[in-house]
Design a protein around this ligand. Sequence first.
Ligand code: 9Z3
Length: 309
Amino acid sequence: MTAVNWEQFYQNQAPPSCLDEVGKNVTKFCAKHQNQKIVLVTSGGTTVPMEHNTVRFVDNFSAGSRGSASVEYFLKAGYAVVFLNRLNSLQPFIRHFPKQELFDCLDVSDSQQGPQITVNARKGQKLVRILKEYKQVSKEEKLMSVSFSTLSEYLWLLRVISQELNACKKHALLYLAAAVSDFYIPESKLPTHKIQSNVQSLQVSFNLVPKMLEPLVSLWVPDAFVVSFKLETDESILISKARGALEKYSHKLVIGNLLHSRKYHVLIVSDAEEHELRLSPQEIEAGKEIEEKIISELVKRHDDYLNQS
Ligand code: 9Z3
């Protein structure tokens, strides 16, 4: 497997066409929310294309549940939010209405003026509550959303957004919950057209993705409060891997989670300790989300960081 450094990665992978516009919009967003706390939430999985004209791609696991839920709790805590999310992954607010649930909250009838849509008295209460929250956030322009699909798009956008957030200094928090591929096929090695099936077997070779946390922490947003996630399936290596990342990149926190328990158990790993957050069976039953506890803990720690001279 070949490894390139982070600068070579950006030299060899073409930027997305929206890059400059996203950069300018983030600059404006930062200016609008000057001296307020601002968070970048990354969410969802990255794709790795196998052809330039992409029919097939390798995907990374993640529905975007963690990221989209976290956005809502950061907004409630008063943060302005840049939400860097995988196209078609779960979105804040509307995530509460999966499948056709939104339709069930509404009734339709015919009147002389034409069709009338009303909120269903019994099923529509949740819609009214969440719609009000969403409208308030829209009015205050507190949420900016940017979408990606491929690994390359994600890494280009992560860089430009981080660099713009550097202007917010310690007010910026980076919450890197996206599930980012560790492997990719460089553009120079991609076939132009769909790989044909008239072969005996298909051998694909991947390069290692350089660890972007390194330049992100040391160069792009050196004053920000950076929180990364570590996902494992083997419990016995979770803490050592999380601690290893913290030592290597010297950022503030790593949140460790296991694939199967991630919705009710995480470990917040800092230089000083490991802090466990867990939902009780009663809390799960009541519909509480672990992101509420995670964000409440992070807000305290970010405030402490801001208050340090
Ligand atoms: C996470 O660990 C997130 O918590 C999940 C959330 C992806 C598990 P869902 O979207 O899942 O709620 O379904 N994100 C980080 C995953 C990751 O790629 N981490 C890298 C690693 O573990 C470091 S950046 O090496």
